[in-house]
Write a protein that binds this ligand. Structure first.
Ligand SMILES: [Zn+2]
Ligand SMILES: [Zn+2]
Length: 252
C-alpha cells in the first residue's frame, strides 16, 4: 500500500509499505476520508509540546478516520465487510479500572493513539488496521466527511459537558477552530442564551453562524464593547480554541 509517513519536521513522505493484516479482534479498513487536525500540523512542523515532534518518525499519520471495512480479524463480531465506519483512534486495554469506569483515555496499561504511536499506523494510507471496538458504523444518511469529523466533534462535546454551563448563560468562543465550531452547536442545544464567536477569518465566522452562533465578530478595536452589546455584564463562560493563531504569532 501507499502511505503518508512522518519522517520528521516538515518531512512527510509517501512510502510503499506492506499491506497490513488484521489480528484477532482487529479490523482492516480502507480509509476514505481522513481529517487533518491541529496536532497533525504540529507534527508536521515539529512544533508540538516542548517543540518536539509529537508523532515519532516512521509512523503513518491520520487519526480522524472514516472508512470501509475490508476484512475482519478472528473473533470480531457485530461488524461486517463493506460497512462504513467512523474510527475512534484511542487504543486501550478495556479491563483496567479507568477503562471499566469509561475513562479509557486514562487507561493504566497506557493508552495509544492510531496515527501517533509506534505500532499504531493511522489512516493516511490505502489500508489501516484498527481495533474492532474502535469502529462505529455510520448510517446511510451520514457522509464519510461527517464520519471523519466524529473525533474532533466528541472533543467539543466533552468540553461543553464539562464547562459548567447553566441554562441561560452567555458564552464567548475565542477562535473558530473546529472545537469551537462544534461547541457553538452544542451550546445552543444545551441552553446557552447568547453565543458569540470571535475569529479574524471571515470563512470561520461564516461557519460559526451556520453552526448556531448568534454572532460572529472579527478581532480588533472595540471588541469588548461589541461583545457587551449582546451581553452587557459580560460572558459567563469563555472557551478558547486559538492554537493555530498562537503558534503562528508566538511559537512559545
Ligand atoms: Zn484530531
Ligand atoms: Zn485500560
Amino acid at each position: 500500500l501507499k502511505a503518508i509517513v512522518y519522517n520528521g519536521p516538515r518531512n512527510f513522505v509517501v512510502e510503499e509499505r506492506p499491506d497490513p493484516h488484521p489480528e484477532r479482534g482487529q479490523v482492516l479498513i480502507r480509509p476514505l476520508v481522513v481529517g487533518l487536525c491541529f496536532s497533525d500540523k504540529q507534527g508536521y512542523e515539529g512544533s508540538g509540546a516542548n517543540g518536539a515532534l509529537r508523532a515519532p518518525a516512521g509512523v503513518i499519520g491520520g487519526h480522524e478516520i472514516a472508512g470501509e471495512i475490508v476484512e475482519l480479524g478472528a473473533g470480531v463480531e457485530g461488524l461486517e465487510v463493506g460497512q462504513r465506519v467512523s474510527v475512534d483512534p484511542r487504543v486501550y486495554c478495556g479491563e483496567c479500572l479507568p477503562c471499566r469506569a469509561g475513562v479509557e483515555t486514562l487507561c493504566s496499561v497506557g493508552r495509544k493513539t492510531v496515527g501517533w504511536d509506534p505500532g499504531f499506523d493511522g489512516g493516511l494510507a490505502e489500508l489501516c488496521v484498527v481495533p474492532s471496538y474502535a469502529c462505529f458504523p455510520l448510517g446511510d444518511n451520514v457522509s464519510m466527511e461527517a464520519g471523519a469529523c466524529v473525533e474532533p466533534m466528541t472533543c467539543a462535546t466533552r468540553s461543553i459537558r464539562h464547562c459548567g454551563l447553566r441554562i441561560g448563560d452567555n458564552v464567548v468562543l475565542l477562535g473558530g477552530e473546529d472545537y469551537n465550531l462544534f461547541g457553538a452547536k452544542w451550546l445552543r442545544s444545551a441552553g446557552a442564551s447568547q453565543v458569540v464567536l470571535v475569529d479574524p477569518a471571515e470563512h470561520r465566522r461564516e461557519a460559526a453562524l451556520s453552526m448556531g452562533a448568534h454572532q460572529a465578530l472579527g478581532t480588533g478595536d472595540g471588541l469588548v464593547a461589541r461583545i457587551r452589546e449582546s451581553m452587557p455584564i459580560g460572558p459567563d463562560i469563555v472557551m478558547v480554541a486559538i492554537e493555530d493563531y498562537v503558534a503562528e504569532s508566538d511559537p512559545g
